[in-house]
Design a protein around this ligand. Sequence first.
Ligand code: DX5
Ligand code: ZN
Length: 230
Amino acid sequence: MEAGSAGGVQIAASILDADLANLGNALRRVEQAGADRIHLDVMDGHFVPNFTFGPKMIRALRPRTRLPFDAHLMISNPARYIDEFIRAGCDSITIHVEIDEPVEPTLRLIRRAGRRAGLALRPTTPLAALERYRGLFEIVLVMTVEPGFGGQSFLAGAAAKIGAVHADRRLGDQPLEVQVDGGINELTAADVGALGVDVVVAGSALFRKGRDMAVEMGRIRAAADAGRAR
Ligand code: DX5
Ligand code: ZN
């Protein structure tokens, strides 16, 4: 097994574009290819026009890898299910700030369970939407595609928020972890690295047929790290 990054940009592998009939194998492949964490895209057919899987599936996958599990909940009512996601073994749970129900109690429940809490932003949602939850989350997930599907093109305009998170003292006293999700490949990884991103989520770029996943992941990591060193 290859070691993950030490101090550089972390790679979170999204298994959305993996062979969904064989997710245990997908976890083994991304771990061997050098991923630092697993990004789990949960969709409810309501917050986004697509479905994926839920806590039961995550729980079944948990013993298949030692890598941390980051859940990205693209669902309208996370409060109703949050205990299940916690019990499923998620290390971090990120919910969307745009949902209609209150997000604060859910963030508190995640942290009370000893897990890291995150807030995600759709591409058009401004950073200011996070201010009122200051101190209640440690991850900001900046989406650079409209949530719902893998394989979309990177929205460069949305990525500008990455740099702004670290600079914005109104978001928290502690340094926040900034993740970027959507359209990451070797080229866009360099751009988000330069903006100071901490974690890049990569999905379809890793699962492209005929490509060597370890090579692809190595290229994304090298590009992001080089961007950060710029
Ligand atoms: C989109 C998901 C992303 C997606 C990333 O709604 O949140 O995590 O799987 O896939 P790519 O890398 O293909 O954009
Ligand atoms: Zn995601």
